[in-house]
Design a binder for this molecule. Sequence first.
Ligand SMILES: Nc1ncnc2c1ncn2[C@@H]1O[C@H](COP(=O)(O)OP(=O)(O)OP(=O)(O)O)[C@@H](O)[C@H]1O
Length: 336
Amino acid sequence: MIEFQDVHKAYAVNGQSITALQPTSLQVQPGEIFGLIGHSGAGKSTLLRLINRLEEPSGGRIIVDGIDVTALDAQGLRRFRQRVGMIFQHFNLLSSKTVANNVAMPLKLAGELSGVQIKQRVTELLSRVGLSEHANKYPAQLSGGQKQRVGIARALATDPKILLCDEATSALDPQTTAQVLQLLVEINRELGLTIVLITHEMDVIRRVCDRVGVMDAGVIVESGQVSDVFLHPKHETTQRFVQESEEDPDISREEEYQKVSGRIVRLTFLGESTYAPLLGKVARETGVDYSILAGRIGRIKDQACGQLTLALTGGKEQLAEQQLRDAGVHVEVLRP
Ligand SMILES: Nc1ncnc2c1ncn2[C@@H]1O[C@H](COP(=O)(O)OP(=O)(O)OP(=O)(O)O)[C@@H](O)[C@H]1O
């Protein structure tokens, strides 16, 4: 587990102190994919880089699997960093070295394996990321997605328990982004690796993360399960991120409500309830009529989800809402 206890960070710039991270307490559970989202300057990179002490905290403690990272000396920190892989937006590959040699670098630096063992491990890693045929190429001969795969193979070389991803897909096109995100999900599942990633795109969070923290001006303003935060955003910053990620951001325009009579409710379906033939059944049993004002359907990681805004008229409305709730649907009344 990664635990932040009142960690804060200020940078000194021209004799002035700039706060990048306000005192923050946070727990990332073993084996989860935790995402941090925020606009530029929100403090995401600072928080991420504090985990492996690429940045030194100004105060507070960072505990990883029982080790107080903030108290490690240089040698302890070197050993700890072998357990924490990192990938970067611009890949940070050595252009003068082949793909295989880039991946071998951390193994050579660790100095624990023989040349033959390193070769074998590199072969395994390149096969894992689908680059076996590219071992002898140089980074300049690869596409962006392939370069990031090399970055991932290199980050996994020393068999880390944690992978930190610093805007790992921001330089990639949408299709390549999807492939790299899929690879991260596979690695997380197969190796049980804990992943912390930062991004400014809600879509990245929605596709791969289990939990999310939303950052604004050095503060985590909202955090929780991705499905909760995505479907019921509370903080203004979160609401904006969710809206920006919608294909039709005007999906629940309130002026539309003036055109209909009745009670207006928003239903949120997640997982199994998304597939159940509920609406017709509830309408029949309670005599409630409904018209659909807005709707969206999609996926959050591996769960189906949907939201419908309905106007309900006639019949036993309270009973209808209760039946929906009993079936696992989240019901919000937007207009009584
Ligand atoms: N090395 C540094 N020296 C001085 N100030 C810094 C340094 N690194 C970051 N900052 C400042 O700290 C604040 C948080 O920056 P940080 O890079 O952590 O944000 P971010 O959310 O990752 O932004 P981006 O998405 O643009 O990378 C910003 O005001 C930034 O200018």
